[in-house]
Write a protein that binds this ligand. Sequence first.
Ligand SMILES: Cc1cc2nc3c(=O)[nH]c(=O)nc-3n(C[C@H](O)[C@H](O)[C@H](O)COP(=O)(O)OP(=O)(O)OC[C@H]3O[C@@H](n4cnc5c(N)ncnc54)[C@H](O)[C@@H]3O)c2cc1C
Length: 471
Amino acid sequence: MNSTLPQPHVAILGGGPCGLYAARVLSRAGVRVTVLDKGDRPGGLATSHKRGENWYDMGCHMLHEFDKEIYEDMMSIMGADSIPVQLDAKIRWAGSFYRYPLQFQDMIKGIPPFTLVYYTIGLFTAQMRNALAPWIPKNAEEALVMLYGQPLYEFFFKEFTHRYWGIHPRELSATFITTKMPRLSAVDVLKRALGKIGIKDRAVHAVDSALRDETLHYSRTGAEAMPRHISRVVNAEGGEVIQGADVTRIVRDEASQRVTAVRYLQDGEDHELKCDECISTIPVPHLAMRSEPAPPESVMEAAHRIRYKPIAIYGLLVKKAKCIEGLYIYYRDRAFHRVGEPKNAGLVVNPPDHTVLIVETTCEVGDEKWKGTEEVKQRIFSDLEIENICHKEEVVEVNLLHCETGYPVFALGFEPHLEKVRDWIKTIPNLQSVGRQGGFTYPNMHSAMRMGAKAAQVVLDRLKPNHKTQP
Ligand SMILES: Cc1cc2nc3c(=O)[nH]c(=O)nc-3n(C[C@H](O)[C@H](O)[C@H](O)COP(=O)(O)OP(=O)(O)OC[C@H]3O[C@@H](n4cnc5c(N)ncnc54)[C@H](O)[C@@H]3O)c2cc1C
């Protein structure tokens, strides 16, 4: 490490988009920063892994342009390594393809008129009920009914949500709907029409997750290019990104409660990194459980109740030049919930007459999908065949990627547990817990990077009196 760098020293736990971007902001401001990341390459969930001659994403990852400042910074860092690509995604639903995000005009084209009338009446009834007697949904089922009406809930969301999470919507928090469910613009159009005749929307609101006409950004080596470039500039600006560093202890001073050091294991050896400020992007329960001294028992109990849904991603090398039209397709009744073909976004595949499919599933650690049993693979191959994507004989390689903390689970009643842990973190003056894992939330990459930038700004403000910017 560069010994001429000014003190103080900021430790960043986790080198996904959030932690890396926090490091980017701090190192650019001349602050000494070290990122500790347990992965073998930077990027966390938002990276790709090389298997044989090809790169496989942990679920197709493309950068949105929504945050102009971050987008422009990324373009300047990545240069020609970034490829612009038009969002072209579909939803497979009731035997038809619909463009993603779902549009009203597409929906009415594909849905039989009687069914559409039925959904509209359901939505209308839900809206009337909300308008006449506003109510607070107790769980995700009620929130979905409130948002989309009973028939649409029964037809589209109920079984899919249950299969995706392995939890009945009645056992999921209503908060989940406001932060995770994509906005159905078809429903918005209907709601606007209802609004015009005086029936105002007082229901919960779903989120905008993508725009209809949107340019995304990708690379020839998949998602890995962006975090690799951020890591490169952080190192070039005097910071350090250490891979293969598993944070085992966050050490605090008992009197001041301040974090004074972070311990980590690398290649079986225990290391200690002294720090003045700490930004954590590792899963929030792990932060509590690895703190020394340990938090109060009630905080530990709360931390144990915060759960994540693991993901198992099947990266297939397929002996076929092209399998699907567009970037990815969502499915609601298959062994997978999304299939992406990153070659259609510019990924270089070897040999060139082959393609790569990224087949996304949710699972539990140690179950059949996690292990990638022969039975699961056969189920996936068979569903790919049914969907006319590829034949079993065309699959040349299966590369299984995992993440234990793929999605925060907003299980019914999770909020007080999360609050308990957050309140405890607030008692530690120089610690921030942010990002997808640290904030227990669902950001896209640009929002996770924005969280990192904000955390970095908090540190810069705190360090102002002592901090000398590099000439
Ligand atoms: C299947 C899927 C597809 C997605 N597609 C897109 C997309 O197309 N576009 C988009 O914008 N967003 C997408 N996202 C969201 C994106 O993955 C997140 O926004 C982003 O990864 C969040 O960054 P983060 O740094 O907060 O968390 P993470 O990426 O999860 O990073 C956390 C980091 O902490 C590290 N860590 C954990 N524990 C330790 C420890 N003990 N010691 C050291 N390090 C540790 C991990 O190794 C990891 O690097 C997708 C997400 C999923 C699951």
